[in-house]
Each structure stands twice: as structure tokens, then as C-alpha cells.
Design a protein around this ligand. Structure first.
Ligand code: FES
Length: 318
């Protein structure tokens, strides 16, 4: 399970999108079912009935807060334990439970751990939990490996080309043929943060990498906050769920929000074709591509991925 993405916390969906009705989500090749029991209690199970392997997401939530399989009606508690087997009152239910995964509801997102025994908690920026900010969420799936999407999000030099009509406009206006780009990259406990200096100009934007799969872009100096966060969530092989969350502490009226939100989705879409065209689909070893000095932030991520996640997986509990 969770090949090349074992033992990580990642959001999978905005919390508001998970209700009583079971919802299927594939995470790093493993299908999951998300649902809410009594009082909105969140449950995440591997989406496979232990009886005959069908999708539990095709089932229903019972009035007393259990998930009932749509095939033969076995019922499961939020922790996966078997609560009922129709027509077999004497059958032991203990060994016939579904597999539950650790999950959290934090910062308006549903987080899932790709393993069974987390020794950490999700790491996230406090802005996600700040209810005073104007917030926007959007997600969609791209036909690419998540590592290519993640590198794209940490890649500054593409801004004046891919985003020449949006966030790259200001870089383009200052860029000369002999321009130099420098990064003041600082390692942090969550990953790194850097500002990009073009020639003599001070940094106009800051990028942060939150291990394993998220980027935050800050484009406006304090006290204003215009923060764009993107999670590149591995779904099926070479399919990535791009989850965009933006937060802003100014121009919070509805009309401004519509304009900002459209703009941010437009920026995201400008990346899509380029990233989906990557070959090979997954980032290869550094020596197999021709890199330059300004690739340092993306290569830092790549090295970490190849050393720490590539080749990992989780065995199902017996
Ligand atoms: S397959 Fe789920 S109860 Fe039979």
C-alpha cells in the first residue's frame, strides 16, 4: 500500500466535502472511503469490504452511524470494527473488520496518514486555521506524477514564461537578457523557504516547501497577506490531485473574492499542460536531466524524495 509515499500525512480533500454519504478517494494507489458518523465524527477506511472486496463507498451510512456495505449488508463502526453480519448471528465479528487509517480534521482539510501507526502529526501553516481570512479552495486532477507537479510548484524561473500574463508579468518587466536570479534559501523544520532576487531587485515573492507535498507562495509584503498554498496529492499512478487553498487578509468582499479566486485558478491552469507533458512522468535521478544553478530548490525536493520516499510502501496489518 501507498507505494513511494509511505508514512506521510497529507490532506486529501477540504473537510466541507466529506459528509454522511461515503466518498471514495484514491491516495497513492490505495482506494479510501471517507464518511462521517454520529455527530460528524470522521472515519477513513481502506475502500475494500473484507468480505468480498467490493467498494465500501457504494454502501450507505446507517441511522446509528455505521457504514453498511452495499453487497451483503455487513456494517462497520468508524474505527473499522465489524458491527453486524446479516444472517450469521453466531459468526465472530472480530477478525472481519475493515481497515481504518489515521485521519485528522485540521485547518479545514481532511488529513490522512499513509500508514497505520503515526509518530507525528500533520505539519501545516497556521493561516489554514485562521477564520478571519478570506479563503478559497479548489481541487482538480492532473495527468502527471505528483513529483513533477511538486517540482513545478517550487520552480521560480518558469514564472516569466508559463505565467507571463499573470504572476510572471512583474518578473518579465524587469528581466534582461543577462539577468541573474539568486535564491536565499533557508532550511526550516518543515522544509525550506526562499526569496528570489532578480539582479539588484529585492525579492518580490517567497516560496516555501512543506514536506512532503505542499508549496506556499507569498506575493505581497506584510502586513498584507496573499497566500497561495498548493498540495500535490498522489492519487493513482501518474494522476495527481491538485488542491489549491488561498487566504487573504484584505479585499474580503464577495466581488473581490470572485476576481481573486478566478485569477488563482487561471494561474494553476497555466501550469497544467507543461507539467503533464513531462517525460519521464516521475522525476528521475538528477544526473539524467540537465540542470543549472537555479534548479536548486527543485533538486532539493527531488533529492529528498528519491532518498526518503521512493521505494517505500506499507504492509497491511495481518
Ligand atoms: S462484500 Fe461487503 S458484505 Fe459482502
Amino acid at each position: 500500500m501507498f507505494e513511494d509515499f509511505a508514512r506521510q500525512w497529507t490532506p486529501v480533500l477540504p473537510a466541507a466535502e466529506v459528509a454522511k454519504q461515503p466518498r471514495r478517494v484514491v491516495l497513492a494507489g490505495t482506494p479510501l472511503v471517507l464518511w462521517r458518523s454520529r455527530g460528524g465524527l470522521l472515519s477513513v477506511l481502506v475502500d475494500r469490504c473484507p468480505h468480498r472486496g467490493v467498494s465500501l463507498a457504494l454502501g450507505t451510512c446507517t441511522g446509528d452511524g455505521r457504514l453498511r456495505c452495499g453487497f451483503h449488508g455487513w456494517e462497520f463502526e468508524p474505527d473499522g470494527s465489524n458491527a453486524h453480519i446479516p444472517f450469521n448471528p453466531g459468526s465472530p465479528r472480530g477478525p472481519r473488520g475493515a481497515l481504518a487509517l489515521p485521519s485528522r480534521e485540521l485547518g479545514g482539510l481532511i488529513w490522512v496518514f499513509t500508514g497505520f501507526d503515526p509518530d507525528t502529526e500533520p505539519t501545516f501553516s497556521p493561516h489554514l486555521a485562521d477564520a478571519t481570512l478570506a479563503r478559497f479552495e479548489h481541487h482538480e486532477e492532473w495527468a502527471c506524477h505528483w513529483t513533477r507537479a511538486m517540482e513545478n510548484m517550487l520552480d521560480y524561473p518558469h514564472l516569466p514564461y508559463v505565467h507571463r500574463s499573470t504572476i510572471g508579468r512583474f518578473v518579465r518587466a524587469k528581466q534582461r537578457r543577462d539577468s541573474t536570479l539568486d535564491f536565499d534559501l533557508t532550511d526550516t523544520d518543515y522544509g525550506y523557504r526562499f526569496g528570489a532576487r532578480l539582479d539588484e531587485h529585492p525579492p518580490g515573492a517567497y516560496l516555501s516547501w512543506y514536506r512532503p507535498n505542499s508549496m506556499i507562495l507569498d506575493t505581497i509584503p506584510e502586513p498584507r497577506l496573499m497566500r497561495v498554498q498548493i498540495f500535490c496529492i498522489p492519487a493513482e499512478p501518474n494522476r495527481t490531485r491538485m488542491l489549491l487553498v488561498t487566504a487573504r487578509n484584505f479585499a474580503k468582499n464577495p466581488a473581490a473574492s470572485v476576481a481573486f479566486d478566478r485569477f488563482n485558478v487561471k494561474v494553476l491552469h497555466q501550469d497544467r499542460d507543461i507539467v503533464e507533458s513531462s517525460a519521464p512522468p516521475e522525476v528521475p535521478a538528477e544526473k539524467l536531466e540537465k540542470s543549472v544553478r537555479t534548479d536548486r530548490p527543485t533538486l532539493t525536493f527531488r533529492t529528498w524524495y528519491l532518498r526518503n520516499l521512493k521505494g517505500t510502501s506499507v504492509a497491511e496489518p495481518a
